[in-house]
Design a protein around this ligand. Structure first.
Ligand SMILES: [Zn+2]
Length: 552
C-alpha cells in the first residue's frame, strides 16, 4: 500500500472544506438574490387593500389576512407550525370600561375632584362588573419598581393591600440622567407601564395610578386618553385576572401636582427623591372615592406560522416574527376610515415573506429550523406573541432567537443598521457582521428612553428569556443623509402612524431599504441556523436571569 504524504492529506482536506464553504456561500448568495422589492410591493398591495379593511382581529379582515398568509406559507414550502395547522387559536377577552366622570379625593386640607380624561384615565382588566373604591388610602411608591439587580425596592416594608399606589412613569435612570442608575437614559422594562401594573398586582395593591409625562412615557397624554377610551383586548385568563388591581390608571402631571399639594406635599420634590437609591414610600394622607363599570366579550383570534425544518438540529428553532393585525375601520380622518396599516405592519410582513422565500431557495438546508410567525393583536399589547411564548410550538429552551420587525418605513437604502435594545444580547455581534457585508454601520436606537424595545412583539420573547432582536436601517439614508431621514420619520409619525393615511403609495415608496434589511436578517438567521451557537443575554440585561432559569 502506497503511503500518502501527510501534507497532501492536509491539502486535500483543506481544499474540500474550503470548496464546501464556498459552495455554501454560493448557495447563500443565490438564495439571497431572490429577495426583491417588487414582490414585497405585491404582498403589501393585498394586505393593505381596502378589501382587507385594516386587518382587525375578529373581523372579515382577519379571515382574509390569515387565509392569505397561509396561502403564501404553503406556496413558499413552509410546513404548518401547530400540529398540522398554520393557525394557533388565541383566546381573547375584550374589556370595555365606563368610569365615573370624576374621582374624589379627600385630605385634611379638604377635597379635590379630578375629571375623567382631562386629569386621569382609569381601567381594569379584572373580570368584575362593578368596581367601587371608597375611602381608600393613597401612597406614593416612587417608581413602583422592585429590581433586585439594582438593589431597588419601592415596595420595601409597604403593605398596599387596601391602598392605591401612585407611581412615576419610566425609571430613575432617565430622571437623573445618571448612566450608572438602571440603564441611564435608556428605558429598562421597569420603566414600562405594563411592568408597573404587574408589580402592583404582585403586591396585591387595590389600585395603581401612574403619573404621566411625555418624555418618560414616550408619547403625549392624548395617546394615553385614546388608549383608555377604546375597548381593550386581553388574553383570556382562567382566574379572571383576580390578582390584578381594581383600578389601573394614569394621572396627568398637573393632577399629581394638585393631589400632592392638597396633601401638603410637593410633587416635584418627592419625584426627585424617588429617583435616589434608598427612597422609601410616602403616605399621601389622602382618601379616594371612585367607581366604574366593566363589560366583557370573549372571542378567538389566530396567530399564523409556518416552519422550514432544519436538518440535524431540526428541534431547535429561530423565529422570525411580525404582527399581522392593525386597527380595522375607525374614526374618519380626512374623509377616510380604513386603517390599512401598510407600514404597520404590511412592509414587515413583506420583509418576512421574502426572507422565507430566500430560505426556500437554499439548496443546503440549514441545521436548525426556521419559523415564520405572524402574531395577532400586537396593537392591543403584543397579545398574540405573549400567547405564543406561553404555548410555543418549539419549547423555549429549544428556541435560539427571535428576529422581529415592525413599522419598516419604505424610505430607501440606509447606511445604518439601528438596533433597538442595543447591548442587550450577543445578537448584536451578528448584526455587526451582517452590516459590514452591506457596507453599513450599526447604531443604537437614538431614542432609547421611549422604550421601543418593550413595545413590539420581540419583547414577548425577551420577557420569556429568548434573545430577541429588533434591528433595521432607520437613521441615515444613503443619498439624503441623517436630517432628511429624521424629518421623514417625524412626518410619517405625525401624519400616518395609526391613521388611515398609513397606506401603500407606489409614487413615493422605495422598497430597496427593506430589501437590504431582509437580506441582513436572512444572513443573521442563516448563520445562526447553520451553527450550534446559542446567543446570550449580556451581563446587566433584565432578561438574563429568566433565560438561565430554564436553560440546561
Ligand atoms: Zn406595528
Amino acid at each position: 500500500m502506497k503511503k500518502i504524504p501527510f501534507f497532501l492529506v492536509i491539502i486535500v482536506v483543506a481544499t474540500f472544506f474550503s470548496a464546501c464553504h464556498q459552495a455554501e456561500d454560493q448557495d447563500f448568495l443565490q438564495a439571497e438574490a431572490v429577495i426583491n422589492g417588487e414582490a414585497m410591493a405585491e404582498y403589501i398591495k393585498v394586505l393593505a387593500s381596502d378589501e382587507f379593511a385594516g386587518r382587525k382581529p375578529f373581523t372579515e379582515g382577519e379571515e382574509l389576512t390569515i387565509a392569505y398568509l397561509q396561502q403564501q406559507f404553503i406556496s413558499l414550502g413552509l410546513e404548518p407550525a401547530f400540529s398540522g395547522s398554520y393557525f394557533q387559536e388565541v383566546p381573547l377577552m375584550e374589556v370595555e370600561v365606563k368610569p365615573a366622570e370624576t374621582m374624589r379625593l379627600v385630605s385634611e386640607a379638604g377635597g379635590l375632584v379630578l375629571n375623567n380624561l382631562t386629569d386621569f384615565v382609569a381601567f381594569s382588566r379584572k373580570v368584575k362588573q362593578k368596581t367601587v373604591i371608597e375611602n381608600t388610602a393613597l401612597v406614593f411608591a416612587g417608581y413602583g419598581i422592585v429590581a433586585p439587580e439594582y438593589q431597588w425596592d419601592d415596595y420595601y416594608g409597604l403593605d398596599v393591600r387596601d391602598k392605591i399606589v401612585v407611581v412615576l412613569v419610566n425609571d430613575p435612570g432617565l430622571a437623573t440622567a445618571d448612566p450608572d442608575l438602571f440603564n441611564g437614559n435608556a428605558m429598562t422594562y421597569y420603566g414600562r407601564w405594563t411592568y408597573k401594573f404587574e408589580e402592583a398586582a404582585r403586591h396585591g395593591a387595590r389600585g395603581i395610578l401612574i403619573v404621566h409625562n411625555t418624555l418618560g412615557a414616550g408619547y403625549p397624554w392624548s395617546v394615553v386618553v385614546s388608549g383608555a377610551v377604546s375597548p381593550k383586548l386581553f388574553l383570556q385568563d382562567e382566574g379572571g385576572y383576580a390578582e390584578f388591581a381594581d383600578v389601573e390608571g394614569w394621572l396627568t402631571t398637573e393632577a399629581a401636582e394638585e393631589l400632592f399639594a392638597n396633601a401638603g406635599l410637593d410633587f416635584h420634590t418627592l419625584a426627585q427623591e424617588a429617583a435616589q437609591p434608598g427612597f422609601r414610600a410616602v403616605d399621601l394622607n389622602t382618601r379616594l372615592w371612585f367607581e366604574m363599570e366593566s363589560t366583557f366579550k370573549y372571542d378567538v383570534s389566530r396567530n399564523v406560522a409556518g416552519v422550514m425544518p432544519g436538518t440535524d438540529l431540526a428541534d431547535e428553532v429561530i423565529i422570525f416574527s411580525c404582527h399581522w393585525d392593525h386597527f380595522g375601520i375607525g374614526p374618519v380622518i380626512n374623509g377616510d376610515s380604513i386603517y390599512r396599516g401598510a407600514v404597520d405592519n404590511g412592509t414587515t410582513m413583506a420583509w418576512m415573506l421574502e426572507i422565507a422565500k430566500a430560505f426556500g431557495k437554499l439548496e443546503n438546508r440549514p441545521r436548525r429550523s426556521i419559523m415564520f410567525l405572524a402574531p395577532t393583536a400586537e396593537e392591543q399589547g403584543l397579545l398574540g406573541a405573549h400567547y405564543y411564548v406561553k404555548n410555543p410550538a418549539f419549547s423555549l429552551e429549544k428556541t435560539v432567537a427571535n428576529l422581529n420587525n415592525d413599522l419598516m418605513l419604505p424610505l430607501g437604502r440606509m447606511r445604518d443598521v439601528m438596533i433597538t435594545g442595543y447591548g442587550q444580547s450577543t445578537l448584536d455581534d451578528l448584526v455587526e457582521e451582517a452590516a459590514k457585508r452591506q457596507d453599513r454601520y450599526v447604531i443604537p436606537d437614538p431614542n432609547p428612553e421611549s422604550g421601543m424595545y418593550y413595545r413590539a412583539d420581540h419583547f414577548a420573547f425577551a420577557k420569556a428569556g429568548v434573545p430577541a432582536l429588533f434591528a433595521r436601517g432607520n437613521v441615515e439614508h444613503r443619498e439624503h443623509g441623517r436630517e432628511w431621514t429624521a424629518q421623514k420619520e417625524k412626518d410619517w409619525l405625525a401624519n400616518n402612524y395609526h391613521k388611515p393615511a398609513d397606506k401603500y403609495d407606489a409614487e413615493t415608496w422605495d422598497m430597496e431599504g427593506i430589501v437590504e434589511d431582509a437580506k441582513l436578517a436572512f444572513y443573521i438567521a442563516w448563520k445562526l441556523a447553520s451553527s450550534n451557537e446559542w446567543p446570550q443575554w449580556n451581563e446587566g440585561s433584565e432578561f438574563k436571569a429568566i433565560r438561565e432559569s430554564y436553560m440546561p
